[in-house]
Design a protein around this ligand. Structure first.
Ligand code: PGA
Length: 241
């Protein structure tokens, strides 16, 4: 595992953005694994700026997102579909039908999980997966206790995850209780993983990630089984390291 120490959120985003753009320029048809939340926003801003200023093209790039809430429509401003469209996709020349996010409004959710896992396979797997980490160590929506063998599946969100994400909703009651997420095994199949960690609120999680034994009680620890993980963290997140 490689650790890149940065001063702050902006520098973390810049470092990650540079790595991603470099990969796209080397392999213009790569498959990117993308994430939502506060952490990757700065990276997406970097990709947009680079696209506008340097012309990096996404015409052949494919993307698969980690997760989506169950029960929110694609148009719901709190859905991850909406987030990705607004925050990234609509600003790039990426082909709409090459961007993939689990459908949390599918009528048959079990079938949707199978479809999504198969889709990743058909795309030839993920070349580069961008990840954040939850305060409880989750990656994607794989909450503590998720088997490391899990593929795309339906999860019941942990109470602390719902509380953390309630900042985007009017109230905690509005935060969905379930989601679809790529599993830990799906994530580990990626060729390369970039884990971004920013802010003091993630310092304890990063400390545990670095120092604790591998355990299903701390999902991010599964990444230690992967041979190509780069952690990019800022000074506040590195407080205990
Ligand atoms: P955040 O979420 O980027 O909004 O902190 C990360 C996560 O919960 O995985």
């Amino acid at each position: 595992m490689k650790l890149i120490r940065t001063e702050n959120y902006a520098e973390m985003s810049l470092e990650a953005g540079k790595i991603i753009v470099d990969k796209i320029r080397t392999n213009p048809s790569l498959t990117l694994g993308l994430a939502t939340g506060s952490t990757p926003k700065g990276v997406y801003d970097y990709l947009i700026q680079d696209h506008e200023e340097n012309g990096t093209t996404y015409k052949q790039v494919k993307s698969v997102n980690l997760d989506e809430y169950i029960g929110l429509s694609v148009e719901d401003p709190n859905s991850y579909h909406y987030f990705m469209n607004q925050t990234l996709f609509k600003h790039l020349d990426i082909n709409d039908n090459q961007t993939h996010i689990p459908n949390g409004a599918a009528s048959d959710l079990e079938q949707e999980c199978l479809r999504y896992e198969q889709l990743i396979k058909e795309l030839g797997g993920i070349d580069l997966q961008l990840l954040g980490i939850g305060q409880n160590g989750h990656i994607g929506f794989n909450e503590p206790g998720t088997p490391f063998t899990s593929t795309t599946h339906i999860v019941t969100l942990a109470q602390n995850t719902r509380e953390a994400n309630s900042r985007f909703f009017n109230s905690l009651d509005e935060v969905p209780t379930h989601a679809i997420t790529m599993g830990i095994a799906s994530i580990l199949k990626s060729n390369e993983i970039l884990l971004l960690v920013s802010g003091e609120r993630k310092a304890e999680a990063l400390y545990k990630f670095v120092n604790r034994e591998i355990s299903e009680e701390f999902p991010a620890s599964a990444l230690k089984y992967h041979s190509n993980v780069t952690v990019i963290a800022d000074r506040d997140a590195l407080k205990y390291i």
